[in-house]
Design a protein around this ligand. Structure first.
Ligand code: ASP
Length: 449
């Protein structure tokens, strides 16, 4: 039988009623066999995520020697869920052990991981399937990266049971301690399990019906994206379209496993299907642009020097300055005599920008150097762009009609995206202008207008 790995996010674990809904979704398809769960998320906007309460518990254990007071809120959430589900599970006993361990270890990763651990224990009981602990399946190496040899262990452990529930977000570090992925990391766990069991599909269940062509707070009623390639997803998530953890692509991409984003609260919706290039070519949609996303607060460092192209080592010298200060750059568009570095402004605070400027000046003696702050990057992404003549002309005409000053242009060599740099204040306007140009115009054509 085919295998589907399903990951359910925090809002799908928020209370007992929603967990029942999750159980119904799982029962409605016998191929949904390995289930990865997050910790209970917010039930309403002012609510606090269990993971945040657990981080606070570890802090209290460190500063006050005991986490009892904050942990009481975690206790309430889980006791409430078990009661609501009328499960025969001694959750108080598990919670007592957890609280004592947080007080003893005072470790943030351990504490944070317990939200997923407890959710998974409850879901396993509700579904009547085995609980497999992520600490026995997911391992990190000495550098903190995923130890890829764990795929064999996952195949073995999961292969020995027809179905199981596995907590997301954490694994075991090389020294035996619990270690978590970065926030939102249960998406990565789901992808790693999907790869380990060689799933046909990785279903990621959340509270939205997939990716939208742009942020609905910017364009209300923005269309949803039916099919997306891994590469497009990577570009859009990097730019802040955060339905899925950006790192969760890598494990499944290597094994050509598709991801489907689905909505626990509207399970009948088709969601977004994310495909590896090999499959994507067959299903590629006819639209030119797949999605638009933007991110604010970049700094552009512009360096100009005549005959720079003849100067061996010119770029290396500039990049060495960044390396020395442990700063990474996002993009580096260049001309014959010019080079721009686009850097996340957060990494240049506390006077570092001035230091870097003066060190670059010393290293390459440019004719001219200038910095531009408060720049937003807006990426227009779509495989369809490479095959369609006039895409950039349409894009830039739309921006000029909207009176947006473009400060920088970068088109990746893959022709998968066009990135423009605009003032932070123009970011939303820029996204809306591009959306209306490509999506509204396509509608008009389809409607024969
Ligand atoms: N519970 C963790 C977080 O809030 C991980 C996750 O939900 O994916 O970040």
């Amino acid at each position: 039988m085919a295998i589907k790995v399903c990951k359910f996010g925090g809002t799908s674990m928020a209370d007992g009623m929603i967990m029942r809904r999750v159980a119904d979704i799982i029962h409605s398809d016998a191929e949904r066999r390995y289930i990865v769960v997050s910790a209970p998320g917010k039930r309403y906007s002012a609510d606090v995520k269990v993971t945040d309460l657990l981080y606070r518990s570890a802090e209290a254990a460190r500063s006050e020697g005991c986490c009892k007071e904050v942990f009481a809120k975690v206790r309430d959430r889980f006791v409430g869920i078990v009661k609501e589900l009328k499960l025969d599970l001694d959750i108080e006993e598990i919670l007592d052990e957890t609280e004592a361990e947080i007080d003893r270890t005072k470790d943030s990763d351990f504490a944070a991981s317990r939200g997923e651990y407890l959710s998974a224990r409850i879901m396993a009981k509700l579904l009547g399937v085995p609980f497999l602990d992520a600490k026995d399946l997911i391992r990190f190496d000495e550098k903190g990266a995923l130890d890829e040899s764990c795929y064999d262990d996952i195949a073995k452990a999961c292969g020995s049971v027809p179905a199981a529930v596995i907590p997301g977000f954490y694994g075991r570090s090389f020294d035996g301690k619990i270690k978590t992925f970065s926030r939102g990391g249960s998406d990565i766990t789901g992808a790693v399990i999907a790869r380990g069991v060689n799933a046909q599909v990785y279903e990621n269940w959340t509270d939205v019906s997939g990716f939208l062509a742009c942020d609905p707070r910017i364009v209300s009623g923005a269309k949803s994206i039916a099919v997306l390639s891994y590469k497009e997803l990577r570009e859009l998530s990097y730019m802040g379209a955060n339905v899925l953890h950006a790192e969760s692509i890598f494990p499944v991409r290597k094994a050509n496993i598709p991801i489907r984003i689905l909505n626990t609260f509207r399970p009948e919706d088709k969601g977004t299907l994310i495909l590896p290039s090999v499959h994507y070519k067959k299903k590629m949609p006819s639209s030119i642009v797949t999605g638009i996303a933007g991110k604010k607060d970049f700094t552009v460092l512009f360096v100009e020097k005549s005959m720079m192209n003849y100067e061996v080592g010119f770029t290396r010298k500039i990049l060495s300055v960044l390396e020395k200060h442990n700063i990474s750059f996002e993009h580096m568009p260049s001309g014959i005599d010019t080079l721009s570095l686009i850097i996340d402004s957060a990494s240049l605070r506390n006077g570092l920008l001035e230091i870097i400027e003066s060190e670059i000046d010393e290293a390459v003696h440019p004719d001219y150097m200038r910095t531009l702050e408060n720049v937003a990057l807006v990426a227009t992404v779509g495989h369809g762009m490479s095959a369609s003549v006039g895409t950039s002309a349409r894009l830039f005409k739309a921006l000029s009609d909207a009176e947006i000053n473009v400060r920088m242009i970068d088109q990746g060599s893959s022709e998968l995206n066009i990135i423009v740099g605009v003032d932070n204040a123009d970011c939303e306007k820029c996204i809306a202008a591009i959306y209306h140009e490509f999506f509204d115009a396509d509608d008009a054509v389809a409607a024969g207008v």
